[in-house]
Design a protein around this ligand. Structure first.
Ligand SMILES: Nc1nc2c(ncn2[C@@H]2O[C@H](COP(=O)(O)OP(=O)(O)OP(=O)(O)O)[C@@H](O)[C@H]2O)c(=O)[nH]1
Ligand SMILES: [Mg+2]
Length: 290
C-alpha cells in the first residue's frame, strides 16, 4: 500500500515562476476550471494523473543531484555517472487531488545516449539542465531539447530550462549566464530556473512549479477531452490504485499505476492537441470529440 502523501508535498496554491521574463505563464492562481474540478472531487468528479518528466542535459551538469536534492534531500559531491537512465516517483497532492511525477533521470554521457533516448517518448514535461559555470552546457541545451522533442509532441509538452550550481558562479558570471538562458527560454518557450543542488536553493520551488503546471495542463486536457463525468471515473480508478492492494504489494500497484499513466498520457496528449487545433481554427478530429 502507498503511504499517505508527505505533508511537505501538498500544493494548495500555484507556486510562483522564477522570472516573469521566462515563465510558462505568469498567473498567480490555478485556472478557474481546474480549481472547480478539484473542488468537485469531494463529490466524486475530479481529474487525476501521473506525469512523465524527463531530465536531459550534458554530462555532469547536475541532473542526478537536482533530483536527489528534491526527492531525498541529499547531495553527493562525488560524481557518479548515471548509466542509461534512473527513475524516481514523487507523489504530491495538488488542490486536494493525488498527483505524481515520474522523474526520468537520463545519462549525459554520449555512450549511454542511445539507451537513454528510448525513454524520451510520452513526456509531459522536459527539463533541460545546464551548468551555470559551463558555457558549453548551455550551448548544448538546444540540441538536447531537439533530441527529446523528436520523440514527443511539441503541442503537449511543457519545457523547463534549469541552470544548476549557482553556488559555484560569481555574480558577473551568473548575470551573464542567466541573461543568455532567459533569451534561449523565450525562444524555445521554456520556463527558466536558476538553482543549486548543493545549497538546495530554489529546488523545492522549482519542482513544485513543475508539478503544478503539469497538473494544471493535465486536468484542463482531461476536462477538454471527456467532461467531468468521465474525469470522475478516472479519479475513482486512480484513487483505488493509489490505495494499492495490500496482498500484492507496492510493486504491483506501481506497475499498474505506470500502465494507467501511459494510457492517460496518450489520451491527454490527444485532448491537448485537439484543444490547440481548435484554438488555431482547425477542424476537430474525426471521432467528433472535444
Ligand atoms: N557545487 C555544486 N556541485 C554540484 C551541484 N550539482 C551537482 N554538482 C556536482 O556535479 C557533479 C555531477 O553531478 P551529477 O548530478 O552526477 O551530474 P549528471 O548531470 O547527473 O551527470 P550524468 O549522469 O553523467 O549525465 C557531481 O560531482 C556533483 O556533486 C551544485 O548545485 N553545486
Ligand atoms: Mg546523472
Amino acid at each position: 500500500m502507498f503511504p499517505p502523501v508527505r505533508r511537505d508535498r501538498i500544493i494548495a496554491q500555484l507556486p510562483e515562476y522564477f522570472t516573469p521574463a521566462a515563465a510558462l505563464h505568469t498567473k498567480d492562481v490555478f485556472h478557474s476550471r481546474v480549481k472547480a474540478a478539484c473542488q468537485g472531487q469531494k463529490t466524486g468528479a475530479v481529474g487525476f494523473n501521473i506525469a512523465k518528466v524527463i531530465v536531459v542535459g550534458d554530462v555532469a551538469v547536475g541532473k542526478t543531484c537536482l533530483i536527489s536534492r528534491f526527492c531525498k534531500d541529499s547531495f553527493d559531491k562525488n560524481y557518479k555517472a548515471t548509466i542509461g537512465v534512473d527513475f524516481e516517483m514523487e507523489r504530491f497532492e495538488v488542490l486536494g487531488v493525488p498527483f505524481s511525477l515520474q522523474l526520468w533521470d537520463t545519462a549525459g554521457q554520449e555512450r549511454f545516449k542511445c539507451i537513454a533516448s528510448t525513454y524520451y517518448r510520452g513526456a509531459q514535461a522536459i527539463i533541460v539542465v545546464f551548468d551555470l559555470s559551463c558555457v558549453s552546457s548551455l550551448d548544448n541545451a538546444r540540441q538536447w531539447l531537439e533530441d527529446a522533442m523528436k520523440e514527443n509532441d511539441p503541442s503537449s509538452v511543457l519545457l523547463f530550462l534549469v541552470g544548476t550550481k549557482k553556488d559555484l558562479s560569481s555574480p558577473d558570471q551568473l548575470a551573464y549566464m542567466e541573461q543568455e538562458a532567459i533569451r534561449l527560454s523565450e525562444e524555445i518557450r521554456a520556463e527558466y530556473w536558476t538553482v543549486s543542488a548543493k545549497s538546495g536553493e530554489s529546488i523545492r520551488e522549482f519542482f513544485f512549479r513543475v508539478a503544478s503546471l503539469t497538473f494544471e495542463a493535465n486536468v484542463l486536457a482531461e476536462l477538454e477531452k471527456s467532461g467531468s463525468r468521465r474525469v470522475g471515473d478516472i479519479i475513482s480508478k486512480c484513487i483505488l490504485l493509489h490505495a494499492g492492494d495490500s496482498t500484492n504489494g507496492f510493486l504491483f500497484s506501481l506497475f499498474y499505476s505506470h500502465i494507467i499513466a501511459t494510457c492517460f498520457l496518450q489520451e491527454s496528449q490527444t485532448a491537448q492537441k485537439k484543444s490547440t487545433n481548435q484554438l488555431r481554427g482547425k477542424q476537430p478530429a474525426a471521432d467528433g470529440e472535444g
